[in-house]
Design a protein around this ligand. Sequence first.
Ligand code: GDP
Ligand code: GDP
Length: 444
Amino acid sequence: MVPVIALVGRPNVGKSTLFNRLTKSRDAIVADVAGLTRDRQYGEAQWQGHTYIVVDTGGISGDEQGLDMIMAGQSLQAIEEADAVLFLVDARAGRTAGDEQIADHLRKRNKRTFLIANKVDGADQDSIMGEFAKLGLGDPLGIAAAHGRNINPMLEAVLGEEGVVSPDIDEEGNPIERLIVEPIGTKIAVIGRPNVGKSTLVNRMLGEDRVVVFDQAGTTRDSIYIPYERHDKPYTLIDTAGVRRRGKVFEAIEKFSVIKTLQAIQDANVVIFVVDAREGIVEQDLHLLGFVLEAGRALVIAINKWDGMEEREKEFVKTELQRRLIFAQFADQHFISALHGSGVGLLYKSVDKAFESAMTKIPTRRMTEILEAAVAEHQPPLVNGRRIKLRYAHLGGSNPPIVVIHGNQVDSVPRSYTRYLENTFRKVLKITGTPIRIEYKSGD
Ligand code: GDP
Ligand code: GDP
């Protein structure tokens, strides 16, 4: 399970500055993919090889009355669902009434909280720190988010070996019992915005097939894992919609959670992304798809509620989807009705194919042949009068497949050339349904 850290604090203490610093890698990916927009509230971040999720609960302002009212919606939910809270205060402004209100709230919720005094650059540290210690949340750790100061010690304290945050222990330090059922086969996450039809689809996908009855412990944040077999093939559905067995029918019981969705994406092999044909692609869809791409997951797109649509409407939706999902062309699209079951069987074909592609194993000799042919067909450009040399390639990982290319001046390979190589490998190896990553290594 990927740990989740929520940034909490009054406006202007530096939450988004810290968020941006922690999620830098995401910037690069989103900037490189035309048509995607960045989610300014949720971000994936890496620290010493560990992935974690950062949430900027920007909406909270302790200065106003009725904190409970203010901390409504997804921000409050994010605090509830986080493994730890980084409570930011402003070392330049000193302690305020707003800080005290937020501190009260966090203490009552018994959340693992780290008190972080931001903007210590230039502040008179000792007196300020003493002032913040009176918030009753321990001694503050001073950082300067804008300058990157003390960020690593902060992350060490939260995520490191001695860190308090493990998603597998609760606030009191007791282990959280999570998976009772071991996942089997292909792990499929069914994700999408509220009301697009995820629960209905999950019910359909499980259908008449035998399902093990399960009653999985865990927090409300956790997705339900449903192992099953279909035509003798093992799968595990990661159900973000919170469908649970009740009698013979599955019934949706939990509300939408972005964090749950992000964790399901991380843990899946293949994501089925459900879109409501009647609503089309909206901003939140693009944010969620951004996370799927960033995680490198295999992807199948299900355009749901295709029943009862007029022909003209269907044509319009199709055109619109081509335009907006241009960055996800590698993914199969299915027009389905989860309600009536049409098109659902075909989804499995795409899931299987995407999984197979994502797990492809290719010998280095074959990879290098493909690279050589690609380079012969279309040479990399000259840089400062010297031609970029790409010597050999090997497969560096799967789900997503990572093509590692060794050569000289590889830092100067233009994006367009990388895209050319990616397309070539995709075509020759018949890889569909999964992103491919190209990584370069310099030297011989
Ligand atoms: P948010 O409202 O909590 O998200 O705060 P922002 O991240 O937007 O930051 C508010 C202001 O504080 C901006 O002008 C930032 O440039 C500034 N700021 C953020 N971090 C630092 C820091 O470490 N030092 C200083 N001096 N200013 C900072
Ligand atoms: P979730 O929030 O994504 O899990 O969405 P639900 O599965 O709860 O579905 C939301 C609403 O859309 C419900 O009223 C469903 O009956 C309806 N719905 C789901 N799939 C379809 C479909 O294929 N066609 C139509 N017309 N309605 C659907």
